[in-house]
Design a protein around this ligand. Sequence first.
Ligand SMILES: [Zn+2]
Length: 109
Amino acid sequence: MGKKHPGIKKNDKVIVITGKEKGKIGAVLKVDPEKGRVVVEKVNVVKKHARPGPTTAQGGIIEKEAPLHMSNVMIVCNKCTEATRIGVRILEDGSKVRVCRKCNEPIDE
Ligand SMILES: [Zn+2]
């Protein structure tokens, strides 16, 4: 299998770096590590026709975020507010934390 690398997680803030949604920033709603895809809030929104059902009583058109490939987004650091890559720091107890490669601050609080 592929090498394990620190990835994007749910609720991370990311910026789109390529494609028609370039420059948009949103929170990650969903991660699909197997397909390497992420769903980002209010990014890559597509309109879908919905059939009437339990959650959409009227049917009609609903807007839904379509997944993006992970390589099309970068995490936005809360500390330096730059789009950055994720690094890993191993703590004394052996646990790993994700850090910003630009400012070296932990991404997870
Ligand atoms: Zn940073």
